[in-house]
Design a protein around this ligand. Structure first.
Ligand code: SAH
Length: 474
């Protein structure tokens, strides 16, 4: 039962990384002149290049699924496993197994690493990915809805059940081609999540770490994807996991993605049911309120991420100067899009500055604002680097006010299916006592006083889901 996927790129004549198409071999860590085989638990993946010249280069992954090995590797308590579909699949059908194999065979490329051509791995390149026979529950429309918001042009042609008998209609397969200009690592990460989503037939037992896997692979594009519910629902076949994943995605971003304006007739969710306001929105509003309370007019958002807070700050006329800084250039690009910096009037755009920087190194650009915000950032910093961040923010930049938010670890037991921390990138999560002790210590060390508040509906014994410290100097 072979399954096929091809990745094609073309020569880059202009742009930041000009070069021949055969650079694909470096990016994928697979030599264009070799045929290589990789053993998977469920079969064998072969990588080869059907074409490799300067103008156009294609790598193919051919997966041969071994039904006996597949049957042997399935978990005993696997609830929805059905070997039948693989046995009955017509030849060349792709499946979620292909997603697993591609992720494994190209794991270095998926991580965005390329010792020989790092520049290239960091930049979008022209890509065409084709899967000639892809199981796609819901038909071609689903493929459009999943890939187009990520910047792909999609051609999804239904595959007839039997070309000799058109009256039999279409099969559940499509012939999918997606073309776009993306980082290869992003494309591979998206396929890893979306192939099983299209197939909607996950083949192995899902533990609670599946949510971590989904957040890790989809963290930076799934939060703002208009079909994120569909993705989470299909990726995590079990409903309790889906609910938990959606709660955690909403934690990271409240869905105020770019371009989605609320029309005049829309009733905001919070009006319809006040308890349904996502935590991310409550947190953003609490931070804005704290900044207004301390009378800040200029604000710097440290670790601004995709710009959710910046967008709210821009909407408040009291803030005359607003800056966002993040270590991740991709977050900054997203923030620029969310803020629609390009189409802002000159006067508006002058209020806003975005720049790349690390919060653990002294940087003059961080100074000169009335207030600084660290919203859901400290828990992403390695404990050994936290003292450096404290010094940079409260010691060196030393604004009159600093607003810090962070999860309340005690509240985590309220999240269904959550066994570890709320996000796989968190280095720690503090209890209320731990956060209070930290606030007291750093406030004392740098001449601030601090006031603690909870954000979100508090649990009587566990406290509120998010905790906030408002530091004021003097
Ligand atoms: N404040 C945003 C994003 C929180 S996620 C929000 O609440 O939505 C944490 C962010 O901190 C990420 O965007 C990450 O890139 C950034 N970050 C983590 N460590 C950093 C560091 N040392 N310097 C600068 N940014 C950092």
């Amino acid at each position: 039962m072979p399954v096929l996927l091809t990745v094609t790129t073309t020569a880059r004549d202009t742009g930041p990384t000009p070069g021949p198409a055969t650079d694909l071999g470096y990016l994928l860590h697979k030599h264009p002149e070799r045929v290589q085989q990789f053993t998977q638990s469920f079969g064998t993946a072969t990588v080869f290049y059907p074409e490799a010249d300067d103008a156009r280069c294609t790598a193919a992954v051919l997966l041969e699924i071994d039904p006996v090995r597949l049957a042997r590797t399935r978990g005993r308590d696997s609830p929805d496993f059905s070997l039948g579909q693989y046995v009955n699949d017509r030849p060349y059908a792709a499946s979620s197994l292909l997603g697993v194999a591609v992720a494994d065979v190209f794991s270095t490329a998926r991580a965005g690493r390329c010792a020989a051509r790092q520049e290239l791995a960091d930049h979008p390149i022209p890509l065409e990915i084709r899967i000639p026979v892809l199981p796609c529950r819901g038909g071609p429309d689903i493929a459009h809805r999943l890939f187009e918001p990520l910047g792909w042009s999609v051609t999804a042609l239904p595959v007839p059940l039997d070309p000799a008998f058109p009256e039999w209609g279409d099969s559940r397969y499509v012939d999918l081609t997606i073309t776009g200009h993306l980082r290869l690592a992003d494309a591979l990460g998206q396929l890893h999540v979306l192939l099983p989503v299209l197939d909607e037939a996950k083949h192995y037992w899902q533990g609670t770490d599946e949510i971590d896997k989904l957040l890790r692979s989809g963290g930076d594009w799934l939060t703002t994807h208009p079909e994120r519910e569909l993705v989470a629902r299909r990726y995590l076949a079990r409903t309790t996991l889906t609910r938990a994943a959606l709660a955690r995605l909403a934690e990271l971003d409240d869905g105020l993605e770019e371009g989605r304006d609320t029309g005049p007739d829309d009733v905001p969710a919070e009006v319809a049911d006040p308890r349904r306001v996502p935590l991310a929105a409550l947190r953003r509003d609490a931070v804005v309120r704290a900044l207004l309370d301390v009378g800040a007019e200029s604000v710097i958002d440290l670790g601004c991420g995709g710009g959710a807070l910046l967008r709210a700050l821009v909407g408040e006329h009291r803030f005359t100067r607003i800056a966002g800084v993040d270590v991740s250039s991709r977050s900054l690009e997203q923030a620029a899009r969310v803020l629609r910096l390009e189409s802002m009037s000159e006067r508006q755009a002058e209020r806003v500055t975005l720049f790349q920087g690390a919060l653990t190194y002294e940087d003059q650009r961080l100074g000169g604002y009335d207030a600084a915000v660290l919203m859901e950032v400290v828990e992403h910093v390695d404990p050994s680097r936290l003292a450096a961040l404290e010094h940079v923010v409260l010691g060196a930049a030393a604004p009159a006010s600093v607003v810090v938010t962070t999860p309340n670890a005690e509240y985590n037991v309220r999240y269904e299916e959550l066994t570890g921390m709320r996000h796989p990138d968190h280095r720690f999560e503090w209890t209320r006592a731990e956060f209070a002790a930290w606030c007291d210590r750093v406030a004392g060390a740098h001449g601030y006083t601090v006031e603690l508040r909870g954000i979100g509906e508090p649990d009587e014994t566990l406290g509120a889901p998010t905790q906030m410290g408002v530091f004021t100097r003097g």
